[in-house]
Write a protein that binds this ligand. Structure first.
Ligand code: ZN
Length: 327
């Protein structure tokens, strides 16, 4: 078994151009114009390389942004590019049968599959794949952030020796990173890493956390928080709606509230809001036992707020006294 570290470049139609209005039999996010790949053996030695340029069939005009980013000129694609079916045939035979694909990010395999479907090419051979970014995160800082390849190289102290945004160059640098990861363990723990990624959680939660859940598609912050203190505010034991007390803001669009189930008592609810690329809000919610340290932090915060409010209302009363006199 070999690992195939894969990177591709793809062309997209210029918005509003005739190509952009084309309806294809299979919807694709981009038409592949370059495939670069590096083989890493099972014992993690970086070995041979593969590269091919593809002459686009559907989006023939090279998007100038793509051209600028990749340094590929339309004339070069016309001269050196081969048809997709031929490129895939060469690539597949170079890969061999028993391979596992590694990519930096989630896009490459998705786009490869779309392209294979569009060209009516069998796609089962790309079934086994992992996003090396996730393995990298799990084995370094445990973060959930999608790191640029350049950032990951810096973290590992790998000097760039190939051009960036060139399929083979990026695949080669990714292979150097992969060779330093524990790939076997990374693949075993991948399901967990993936779930945490999708859920938007990262790292271990604080002690006393008893449940976690993700909610999607709130129009704004207010809608998200009102759902969290309203119909989604459910007891982690019996699922009945709990009564919230009050949200306290914490740094980074985080909020906490102490909620009460009539039967099961108090729970601390912590939520984190994040705005999605299309503008809606996603909420990650963690529920803690009332005895947890996180819940105690809430109590301290609530006491402090109460103290401040008392002082404030005291001042307020005083300031009203002269008015009374006047009356
Ligand atoms: Zn309950």
């Amino acid at each position: 078994m070999d690992y195939i570290v894969l990177d591709m470049e793809w062309n997209q139609p210029w918005p509003g151009s005739p190509s952009a209005r084309k309806v294809l039999p299979v919807q694709i996010r981009g038409e592949i114009i370059q495939i670069g790949a590096v083989r890493v053996t099972e014992d993690q030695q970086v070995t041979d390389e593969f590269q091919v340029l593809i002459k686009p069939k559907y989006y023939r005009r090279l998007n100038r942004r793509v051209s600028k980013l990749t340094g590929i000129k339309e004339s070069r694609l016309q001269e050196e590019g081969v048809p997709m079916t031929e490129a895939i045939e060469r690539f597949h035979s170079w890969c061999g049968e028993d391979v596992i694909f590694l990519t930096w990010g989630f896009d490459d395999i998705t786009i490869l599959r779309e392209n294979l479907q569009l060209f009516g090419i069998e796609e089962n051979w790309v079934n086994k794949w992992y996003n090396a970014q996730m393995i990298f995160n799990a084995q370094t800082d445990g973060s959930n952030a999608q790191k640029a390849l350049k950032t990951a190289m810096e973290i590992f102290g790998i000097e760039a020796s190939r051009p960036a945004h060139d399929a083979l160059g990026d695949a080669y640098h990714t292979a150097l990173i992969c060779a330093r990861l524990d790939l076997k363990r990374g693949m075993q723990e991948y399901g967990k890493a993936l779930k945490e990624h999708v859920d938007g959680f990262h790292g271990a939660e604080l002690p006393g956390c008893i449940s976690r859940k993700v909610f999607y598609d709130y129009a704004d912050k207010r809608a998200a928080l009102s759902a969290m203190s309203g119909k989604e505010n459910k007891c982690p034991v019996c699922e009945r709606q709990m009564l919230g007390s009050r949200w306290f803001a914490q740094p980074g669009r985080r909020y906490m509230d102490l909620a009460t189930c009539p039967e099961h008592g108090k729970f601390l609810v912590r939520v984190r809001l994040s705005q999605q690329p299309e503008g809606t809000f996603r909420v990650s919610r963690l529920t803690y036992e009332a005895t947890s340290e996180a819940a105690q932090a809430y109590s301290r915060r609530a006491e402090k707020a109460e103290g401040e409010e008392n002082r404030h209302s005291h001042r307020h009363r005083k300031s009203r006294l002269p008015e009374k006199k006047e009356l």
